[in-house]
Design a protein around this ligand. Structure first.
Ligand code: IMP
Length: 217
């Protein structure tokens, strides 16, 4: 089991590869692929928490960063390894940041069902007659070197776009068919998945995290 001393001694040798094996506090196969590819370049071997029998952590907080940190600490505590967690959602300007941290449960919290279709229907309904359609996907990543790490690495990513009234595209998930990116003249669901993965809030946050790791090397 890797403890802080292992991490410190590795760190003296190989810079951004110092962390070695890192638990990903998610079992989402898509995220694992996206994150593993970029983090491999920094010498990090990412292990999904499910393979280490870590159950999903609660996400009880009102901010993305608190939820990401709670998930990372939980995974690190149960494995003794460094851990990375993300938390993300869609923030809509005219709705004062909603659905935000509650993106996955937006309709459910309003008494509806927990589904992408219900979330999107509510979003479109709540933006009815609203001229300001600006929105962004937000992602925060938290990396802890050990469960009580007092200096977690935190990185953010924002992917700007606007919410449209009718769905377009078949790829992606969640709010993607309604999230239009003017610069790409497409919704996130119309993008080739590889292009989405390279442009998204998660990709931006991950690049920032890698820069932070390089600074530390
Ligand atoms: P999580 O943090 O990855 O669990 O995402 C929380 C929720 O935010 C998801 O259930 C979606 O509703 C929304 N969300 C986050 N990222 C995306 C994305 O890339 N596309 C569509 N919806 C997203």
């Amino acid at each position: 089991m890797a403890g802080t001393s292992d991490i410190a001694s590795n760190g003296a040798n190989n810079g951004t590869g110092a962390l070695g094996r890192v638990v990903l506090a998610s079992n989402n196969a898509g995220k694992l692929r996206e994150f593993a590819a970029l983090l491999a370049a920094a010498g990090i071997e990412l292990v999904p928490q499910g393979t280490l029998n870590v159950p999903e952590a609660e996400e009880p907080h009102a901010t993305f960063v608190e939820n990401a940190l709670a998930k990372a600490r939980h995974a690190s505590k149960l494995t003794g390894l460094p851990a990375i967690a993300d938390d993300s959602g869609l923030c809509v300007r005219a709705l004062r940041g909603a659905p935000g941290v509650y993106s996955a449960r937006y309709a459910q919290l309003a008494g509806g069902e927990k589904s992408d279709a219900a979330n999107n229907a509510l979003l479109v309904q709540n933006l009815k007659d609203q001229a300001d359609r600006r929105a962004y996907y937000y992602c925060v990543l938290a990396l802890v070197r050990h469960a009580d790490d007092p200096e977690p690495l935190i990185a953010e990513g924002r992917w700007h776009g606007e919410v449209i009234d009718a769905p377009r595209g078949d790829h992606g998930f969640g709010y993607d068919p309604y999230f239009y990116i003017p610069g790409l003249e497409a919704t996130a669901a119309e993008l080739d998945p590889a292009l989405k993965n390279a442009s998204s809030h998660r990709a931006i946050a991950l690049r920032h995290l890698l820069a932070r790791l390089e600074e530390e090397a």
